[in-house]
Write a protein that binds this ligand. Structure first.
Ligand code: HEC
Length: 144
């Protein structure tokens, strides 16, 4: 019995570590080209992600925005971290819900120190797919 429990704990820890590694790998594959491997962004083109997203993740509306952004992409003028941007981020709707969850887990958890319960869930990704906003309307969610 005790062995089974220990095994269960070990498996849970291993699967969390595995999700974290998958998230980092997906981020590198899909996002790092524009936002930098460490999330530092490209001045004048793509905003910094590291350290800028924790406040948004605290609110349900902030998480809805982040999930929508990855599903739909975004375009048009924004101010992020005090800097102006006005370009286009592509949609990542081709990724699975699970891939988006672990990828966002890397961005929020590893790059922003956001605790597990404030990260994006499968339900939030599914809701974003249903809403299917065009990229220029995603900015409206950002302002909420
Ligand atoms: C081709 C370049 C490119 C790629 C690839 C890309 N982004 Fe972006 N991203 C942008 C641009 C440009 C913006 C700003 C869009 C605007 O000006 O409206 C942006 C905005 C963002 C924001 C908004 C920040 C804020 O302050 O609201 C987040 C979060 C983000 N991207 C995350 C990601 C993630 C996660 C990925 C990978 C799945 C990704 N991006 C892939 C170019 C990119």
């Amino acid at each position: 019995m005790r062995h089974a429990l220990a095994l269960g704990v070990a498996l849970a820890v291993a699967s969390a570590a595995c999700a974290q590694e998958r998230g980092a790998a997906l981020y590198e594959q899909h996002c790092a080209v524009c936002h930098d491997k460490k999330g530092e962004g490209i001045p004048g083109f793509a905003p910094r992600l590291a350290g800028n997203l924790a406040e948004r993740a605290k609110k349900e509306s902030g998480r809805a925005y982040l999930a929508q952004l990855v599903v739909s992409g975004m375009m048009g003028p924004i101010v992020s971290g005090g800097e102006k941007f006005n370009d286009a981020m592509p949609s990542f709707a081709a990724l699975s819900d699970d891939e988006i969850v672990v990828l966002a887990g890397h961005v929020l958890g590893d790059l922003n120190g956001v605790p597990g319960e404030q990260r994006i869930t499968q339900q939030e990704v599914a809701a974003a797919r249903k809403r299917a906003l065009p990229p220029n309307e995603v900015r409206r969610l950002r302002e909420q």
